[in-house]
Write a protein that binds this ligand. Structure first.
Ligand code: LRH
Length: 484
């Protein structure tokens, strides 16, 4: 290979992957070496992480990747935000609970009685949402787990700990908890005290890109690695990693990281706080280095994938999308942010119920349901992009969609139509690319700021362009041709 090799373990909503990337000063390429299931398991009424299966699958994938790609310089783990494991000594206190579990509903008011939502926002910069770690930890208090615990590690940090024995809290990930000060980037001790969570549960916060050391020898032997590999705390929040690898222009571009969630935002040097930002649902999470991701955190592909899962039609997505494209846009637009759509279950029934409650005829049949989901999502993403532009006083000139949603041509085209600005789609593996680039900088393969890392992606990958109104123009010119 011309460049240096790195491995990213990316744990996503339905699958985990081991991706090996080759980076030189100019370009990045990445190959998926292994893919395994990531399925939360509901047992005892709780939706839980299957964390030991993930460890087994991820490390087996890493060992295979290392055997096929000698000389991998480092490995790093990223996943979605907010989920946390409680520890005592070297062990986890049970399986970590998945954020889609509803146990936090019972403590929201209790937390808000101690700290009003406006104060939570002004301290942490994070929009209060029931998934946030702060509510999850308060929910664990009543079961006695907090009293029993002597540590709390966010999920990517659990894997780093198992690899190296180092207990840290990577900053981009820590910023999703609602417990990190937006100002200092360190745990907000005053806030922790108010909600009676012991501050000493948490590990020291380190910036993304921190080298944690080699995989322990005993672990390397256990997982079948011929030689040890360095472990890096990458931008361990998948959204922050994706932002690094989004080919944004220097001004006017809004990113949409569209996987299970849709994160719509811009990168700034300062968080956007205050009453207007709070009311508009802004959340400020940490990006790489000293950047903030000023975002709205909303629906992504979740409703669509949950719908397909319910139909046992996950394999039929391509065909359903083709038929939904041909169907046209005369379908109902529903509110994808309605909380009923957050919980796993029968999405078509909930869409129908929403439509009936709002006096609209529900979509009939699978194709119309798929189109209705896409229209509703595109509408919401476009509106959020303009809302972010308005709040940051920077009119939106283009939207960059990355993540799995960037492969959905109908969605990208409809976001362009609804937003009235060009959409640039890709890379769809932005999270893994971001993780690899952060590692490459730690290894000294590349240097510079997040803008320099982003430039490597821009040089390597040409996003697909979707101009607003393009499909209508196609239809119009076809109509004109046939009229002649
Ligand atoms: C997207 C994401 C998002 C939120 C949610 C829990 O995958 O990380 O930024 O934190 O998951």
């Amino acid at each position: 290979p011309r460049g240096d090799l790195f491995a990213a373990i990316d744990l996503g909503a339905t699958s985990g992957r081991v991706i090996v990337g080759e980076v030189d000063g100019e370009r990045i390429t990445a190959t998926e070496c292994s893919r395994f299931e990531n399925r939360p398991v509901r047992v005892g009424g709780l939706l839980q992480w299957d964390v030991l299966s993930l460890w087994a699958d991820a490390t087996a994938g890493l060992a295979r990747a290392a055997a096929e790609n000698p000389g991998i310089r480092s490995v790093a783990v990223d996943t979605w935000g907010v989920d946390v494991a409680l520890t005592r000594g070297e062990r986890l206190l049970g399986n970590p609970v998945h954020y889609r579990d509803t146990r936090t509903d019972a403590v929201i008011e209790q937390v808000h009685a101690l700290v009003p939502p406006e104060e939570l926002f002004s301290r942490a910069g994070v929009q209060p949402a029931s998934i946030n770690t702060i509510y999850q930890l308060v929910a664990e208090q009543s079961g006695g787990l907090i009293d029993a615990a002597d540590g709390a590690l966010l999920m990517p940090d659990v894997f780093s700990y198992w690899f190296t024995g180092e207990r840290i809290a990577e900053r981009t990930m820590a910023s999703t908890t609602g417990l990190l000060s937006a100002e200092t980037g360190d745990w907000d001790r005053g806030l922790l005290e108010k909600v009676s969570i012991p501050a000493d549960l948490f590990a020291r916060v380190v910036p993304a890109g921190t080298r944690l050391g080699p995989i322990r020898d005993d672990v390397a032997a256990d997982i079948g690695l011929a030689s040890s590999i360095d472990v890096v705390a990458t931008a361990a929040h998948d959204t922050a990693a994706a932002a690094v690898a989004t080919p944004l222009p220097s001004r006017g571009g809004v990113f949409v990281s569209c996987g299970t969630w849709g994160l719509i935002g811009v990168e700034r040097d300062r968080p956007l706080l205050g009453a207007a930002a709070f009311a508009a649902g802004v959340t400020n999470e940490r990006g790489l280095d000293d950047r903030y991701l000023v975002m709205r955190n909303g629906m992504g592909l979740w409703i669509l994938s949950e719908t397909l899962r319910g139909w046992d039609a996950t394999d039929e997505l391509t065909e359903l999308l083709a038929r939904a494209t041909a169907l046209g846009d005369a379908v109902p637009v529903f509110d994808v942010e309605d909380p009923r759509f957050q919980i796993p279950g029968d999405m078509p029934a909930r869409i129908a119920a929403w439509c009936e409650e709002h006096g609209v005829a529900p979509p009939q049949g699978r194709v119309a349901i798929v189109r209705s989901i896409i229209e509703s999502l595109a509408h919401a993403l476009a509106a959020s992009a303009h809302e972010i532009g308005r709040l940051t006083d920077e009119p939106v000139t283009q939207i960059n969609i990355v993540g799995g949603g960037s492969r959905n041509e109908l969605l990208c085209a409809r976001v362009a139509d609804h937003a009235g600005v060009p959409v640039y789609a890709g890379p769809n593996e932005a999270t893994a690319l971001g993780s690899l680039l952060v590692q490459a900088r730690t290894a000294g393969t590349v240097n510079g700021t997040v803008d320099d890392l982003r430039a490597i992606v821009t040089r390597t990958i040409a996003p697909r362009q979707h101009l607003p109104g393009a499909r209508h123009d196609d239809a119009r010119s076809r109509a004109e041709r046939s009229a002649r």
